[in-house]
Design a protein around this ligand. Structure first.
Ligand code: SF4
Length: 200
Protein backbone atom coordinates (compact mmCIF):
# COMPACT_ATOMS: atom_id res chain seq x y z
CA UNK A 1 0.00 0.00 0.00
CA UNK A 2 1.36 3.40 -0.97
CA UNK A 3 1.25 6.05 1.70
CA UNK A 4 1.15 9.66 0.52
CA UNK A 5 2.45 12.49 2.68
CA UNK A 6 -1.15 13.70 3.22
CA UNK A 7 -2.46 10.27 4.30
CA UNK A 8 0.56 9.80 6.59
CA UNK A 9 -0.22 13.11 8.33
CA UNK A 10 -3.91 12.17 8.62
CA UNK A 11 -3.05 8.77 10.10
CA UNK A 12 -0.61 10.35 12.59
CA UNK A 13 -3.17 12.95 13.70
CA UNK A 14 -5.82 10.23 14.19
CA UNK A 15 -3.41 8.12 16.24
CA UNK A 16 -2.45 11.11 18.39
CA UNK A 17 -6.09 12.07 18.98
CA UNK A 18 -6.92 8.48 19.91
CA UNK A 19 -4.00 8.35 22.31
CA UNK A 20 -5.00 11.60 24.06
CA UNK A 21 -8.64 10.46 24.33
CA UNK A 22 -7.45 7.20 25.90
CA UNK A 23 -5.25 9.00 28.43
CA UNK A 24 -8.00 11.44 29.39
CA UNK A 25 -10.59 8.68 29.70
CA UNK A 26 -8.86 7.52 32.86
CA UNK A 27 -7.86 4.14 31.42
CA UNK A 28 -4.17 4.94 31.69
CA UNK A 29 -2.29 5.42 34.98
CA UNK A 30 0.17 7.79 33.27
CA UNK A 31 -2.19 10.76 33.75
CA UNK A 32 -3.69 9.51 37.00
CA UNK A 33 -3.42 12.05 39.80
CA UNK A 34 -5.11 12.09 43.18
CA UNK A 35 -6.31 15.70 43.65
CA UNK A 36 -6.48 15.19 47.43
CA UNK A 37 -3.10 13.46 47.71
CA UNK A 38 0.14 15.14 48.83
CA UNK A 39 2.86 16.14 46.44
CA UNK A 40 6.00 14.19 47.21
CA UNK A 41 7.98 17.22 48.42
CA UNK A 42 5.08 19.07 50.06
CA UNK A 43 5.98 20.28 53.56
CA UNK A 44 9.65 19.30 53.24
CA UNK A 45 12.67 21.38 54.25
CA UNK A 46 15.60 21.66 51.88
CA UNK A 47 19.09 20.87 53.20
CA UNK A 48 22.18 21.29 51.09
CA UNK A 49 25.00 18.78 51.26
CA UNK A 50 27.88 17.32 49.25
CA UNK A 51 27.82 13.86 47.67
CA UNK A 52 29.73 11.37 49.83
CA UNK A 53 30.97 9.12 47.06
CA UNK A 54 33.90 10.86 45.37
CA UNK A 55 36.08 13.93 45.54
CA UNK A 56 34.30 15.75 42.69
CA UNK A 57 32.18 17.32 45.42
CA UNK A 58 28.87 17.52 43.54
CA UNK A 59 26.14 19.22 45.54
CA UNK A 60 22.80 17.72 46.55
CA UNK A 61 19.56 19.24 47.71
CA UNK A 62 18.00 16.88 50.26
CA UNK A 63 14.28 17.24 50.98
CA UNK A 64 13.56 16.25 54.56
CA UNK A 65 10.26 15.83 56.39
CA UNK A 66 10.10 14.92 60.08
CA UNK A 67 13.78 14.03 60.14
CA UNK A 68 13.42 11.56 57.24
CA UNK A 69 14.89 11.94 53.79
CA UNK A 70 12.13 12.27 51.18
CA UNK A 71 14.06 13.15 48.04
CA UNK A 72 17.54 13.90 46.70
CA UNK A 73 18.39 15.90 43.59
CA UNK A 74 21.30 17.82 42.13
CA UNK A 75 21.72 21.45 43.17
CA UNK A 76 21.43 23.66 40.06
CA UNK A 77 22.96 26.62 41.93
CA UNK A 78 26.19 24.84 42.85
CA UNK A 79 29.31 25.94 40.97
CA UNK A 80 30.85 22.43 40.82
CA UNK A 81 28.03 20.33 39.40
CA UNK A 82 25.34 22.83 38.31
CA UNK A 83 22.60 20.34 39.14
CA UNK A 84 24.25 17.31 37.55
CA UNK A 85 24.83 14.01 39.35
CA UNK A 86 26.38 10.78 38.12
CA UNK A 87 24.41 7.52 38.65
CA UNK A 88 26.05 6.96 42.04
CA UNK A 89 25.15 10.43 43.30
CA UNK A 90 21.65 10.21 41.82
CA UNK A 91 21.15 6.96 43.78
CA UNK A 92 22.24 8.56 47.06
CA UNK A 93 18.66 8.24 48.34
CA UNK A 94 19.59 4.60 48.97
CA UNK A 95 21.87 5.57 51.85
CA UNK A 96 18.60 6.11 53.75
CA UNK A 97 16.14 3.77 52.05
CA UNK A 98 16.49 0.48 50.22
CA UNK A 99 14.07 -1.79 48.38
CA UNK A 100 13.07 -4.76 50.52
CA UNK A 101 13.97 -7.81 48.41
CA UNK A 102 10.86 -9.68 49.57
CA UNK A 103 8.11 -7.07 49.59
CA UNK A 104 9.71 -4.73 47.00
CA UNK A 105 8.66 -1.82 49.26
CA UNK A 106 10.95 1.06 50.21
CA UNK A 107 12.17 0.48 53.75
CA UNK A 108 14.64 2.22 56.02
CA UNK A 109 18.22 1.13 55.41
CA UNK A 110 19.07 -0.39 58.76
CA UNK A 111 22.68 -0.98 57.71
CA UNK A 112 23.33 2.74 57.56
CA UNK A 113 26.05 3.78 60.00
CA UNK A 114 25.14 6.99 61.81
CA UNK A 115 27.69 7.13 64.64
CA UNK A 116 31.44 6.47 64.94
CA UNK A 117 32.29 2.84 65.73
CA UNK A 118 35.29 1.51 67.64
CA UNK A 119 36.57 -2.04 68.09
CA UNK A 120 38.71 -2.20 71.23
CA UNK A 121 41.87 -4.33 71.37
CA UNK A 122 40.88 -7.95 71.95
CA UNK A 123 37.19 -7.25 71.33
CA UNK A 124 35.15 -9.16 68.76
CA UNK A 125 32.54 -6.46 68.17
CA UNK A 126 32.17 -2.82 67.20
CA UNK A 127 30.97 -0.34 69.80
CA UNK A 128 29.02 2.84 69.05
CA UNK A 129 30.51 6.01 70.54
CA UNK A 130 29.70 9.72 70.27
CA UNK A 131 31.54 12.05 67.92
CA UNK A 132 33.01 13.98 70.90
CA UNK A 133 34.35 10.81 72.46
CA UNK A 134 35.74 9.60 69.13
CA UNK A 135 37.63 12.85 68.58
CA UNK A 136 38.98 12.80 72.18
CA UNK A 137 40.15 9.19 71.89
CA UNK A 138 41.78 9.69 68.48
CA UNK A 139 43.59 12.81 69.72
CA UNK A 140 44.84 10.95 72.81
CA UNK A 141 46.11 7.99 70.73
CA UNK A 142 47.92 10.28 68.29
CA UNK A 143 49.57 12.30 71.08
CA UNK A 144 50.69 9.23 73.09
CA UNK A 145 51.96 7.36 70.01
CA UNK A 146 53.86 10.40 68.76
CA UNK A 147 55.46 11.03 72.15
CA UNK A 148 56.57 7.38 72.43
CA UNK A 149 57.97 7.02 68.90
CA UNK A 150 59.22 10.45 67.80
CA UNK A 151 62.75 10.39 66.32
CA UNK A 152 64.77 13.58 66.05
CA UNK A 153 67.71 11.93 64.19
CA UNK A 154 68.18 8.72 62.20
CA UNK A 155 70.93 6.07 62.55
CA UNK A 156 73.45 8.32 60.80
CA UNK A 157 72.73 11.28 63.05
CA UNK A 158 70.82 13.16 60.35
CA UNK A 159 67.95 15.28 61.66
CA UNK A 160 64.60 13.69 60.64
CA UNK A 161 61.99 14.84 63.20
CA UNK A 162 59.52 12.07 62.36
CA UNK A 163 57.39 9.25 63.67
CA UNK A 164 57.08 6.05 61.71
CA UNK A 165 54.29 4.76 63.92
CA UNK A 166 51.41 6.87 62.57
CA UNK A 167 50.01 6.65 59.06
CA UNK A 168 47.26 8.57 57.29
CA UNK A 169 44.94 7.23 54.62
CA UNK A 170 42.80 9.56 52.52
CA UNK A 171 39.77 8.43 50.59
CA UNK A 172 37.98 9.32 47.38
CA UNK A 173 34.99 10.50 49.39
CA UNK A 174 37.01 13.43 50.70
CA UNK A 175 37.21 16.74 48.93
CA UNK A 176 40.50 18.25 47.75
CA UNK A 177 40.32 20.72 50.65
CA UNK A 178 39.90 17.96 53.25
CA UNK A 179 42.83 16.05 51.74
CA UNK A 180 44.92 19.23 51.84
CA UNK A 181 44.27 19.64 55.57
CA UNK A 182 45.01 15.95 56.27
CA UNK A 183 48.31 16.37 54.43
CA UNK A 184 49.19 19.44 56.49
CA UNK A 185 48.20 17.67 59.72
CA UNK A 186 50.28 14.58 58.89
CA UNK A 187 53.37 16.75 58.21
CA UNK A 188 52.77 18.66 61.45
CA UNK A 189 52.59 15.43 63.46
CA UNK A 190 55.78 14.16 61.80
CA UNK A 191 54.20 11.25 59.95
CA UNK A 192 55.96 10.21 56.77
CA UNK A 193 53.36 7.60 55.81
CA UNK A 194 50.61 9.07 53.68
CA UNK A 195 48.52 7.27 51.11
CA UNK A 196 45.19 7.45 49.39
CA UNK A 197 42.84 4.66 48.45
CA UNK A 198 41.90 6.53 45.26
CA UNK A 199 45.36 6.33 43.65
CA UNK A 200 45.03 2.67 42.60
S1 SF4 B 1 30.03 10.21 42.94
FE1 SF4 B 1 29.13 11.23 41.17
S2 SF4 B 1 27.63 12.70 42.00
FE2 SF4 B 1 29.00 12.05 43.68
S3 SF4 B 1 30.64 13.63 43.77
FE3 SF4 B 1 31.36 11.93 42.47
S4 SF4 B 1 30.78 12.54 40.35
FE4 SF4 B 1 29.58 13.79 41.77
Amino acid sequence: MELSRRSLLKASAAALAGSIAYELSGQSTAFAMDPLGEWKLEGTEERSTICCYCSCGCSLVCSVRGGRLIGVEGDPDHFVSEGGLCPKGAAEFQTDYIVDPETHELVENEARITTPLVRRPGSDHWEQISWDRAVDEIARHIKDTRDETFETTNDQGVTVNRTQAIGFLGGSGMTCEEQHFINKFARMVGSITLDNQARV
